[in-house]
Design a protein around this ligand. Sequence first.
Ligand SMILES: [Zn+2]
Length: 81
Amino acid sequence: MNITIWIVSYKGENMNKLTKAAIKGYIRSGGVYCPYCGSHDLDEFGQDFDETGIQKYIRCLACDERWTDIYTLKDMTPEED
Ligand SMILES: [Zn+2]
């Protein structure tokens, strides 16, 4: 499944601490580092999904910030026999 990552803050106050550029950089990276402190030591502590996509709840083990990664279905490829 091809997916696109959209990042939205988990806690309301976090939205004020991340710039749009920081969020775009995080999305471009594929969500491999903490957008707050840059650590790669991340923990996925839960996820939900529905017809709109998948939400993964992420926590940074270095700075303890939390946020939600939002995945939406972008494309599909048929399975080859
Ligand atoms: Zn962090």
